[in-house]
Design a protein around this ligand. Structure first.
Ligand code: 5GP
Ligand code: MG
Length: 173
């Protein structure tokens, strides 16, 4: 397996992101909302470095492929969220690819009454976005290859790996 980002590199960058987030939310109670399932490892590491009062919520979104003219259907499940009305939210995802999922979840959370929604992604794929969207915090920008580990799966496996890698028989490169 090729290591793209080592566990040490992830640790260092998560420290930096946590410091930025701590500064931004000092005096402003935040709810950190993780997008299931890929953000779980990132969420667990990040929140333990943010020394502020905070709540945690989870949300899931499953997409079904669209056609050339539609962007597909997104089913959002938000019953694992605490009350978000009037709260400042930090929405976390493992990877920003086309941007469809996270941008639609931001809209959904605002409609549900959040006071503000900022976004943080561990990874951002270069040259893949199909909707205009800028995350507030980005861990690493990476080339367009299918990555696994640190929460990211292939067929629901490999999420527990402590690093980000690509499988040896990867043909998407
Ligand atoms: P988007 O809506 O931005 O296209 O999709 C983002 C979601 O696609 C991520 O949350 C993740 O679940 C999945 N995804 C995109 N690229 C990769 C990748 O390289 N590896 C894995 N494991 N999942 C990916
Ligand atoms: Mg995901």
């Amino acid at each position: 397996m090729d290591v793209v980002i080592s566990a040490d590199q992830i640790r260092g960058r998560v420290d930096e992101l946590a410091a930025e987030i701590r500064t931004a939310y000092t005096g402003r109670p935040v709810t950190v909302v993780g997008i299931l399932t890929g953000s779980l490892v990132f969420l667990a590491d990040l929140i333990r470095r943010i020394d502020l009062p905070l709540k945690i919520g989870l949300i899931s979104a499953s997409s079904y492929p669209g056609t050339a003219t539609t962007s597909g259907k997104l089913t959002i499940r938000d019953e694992l969220l605490p009350d978000i009305v009037g709260r400042d939210l930090l929405l976390l995802d493992d990877i920003l690819d086309t941007g469809q999922t996270i941008s639609r979840l931001v809209d959904h959370l605002k409609i549900k009454g959040a006071a503000s929604v900022r976004t943080c992604v561990l990874l951002r794929k270069i040259g893949r976005q199909t909707v205009p969207f800028e995350p507030d915090y980005t861990g690493f920008s990476i080339p367009d290859r299918f990555v696994i580990g640190y929460g990211l799966d292939f067929n629901d496996e490999y999420r527990h790996l402590p690093f980000i890698g690509v499988l040896p028989d990867d043909t998407t490169a």
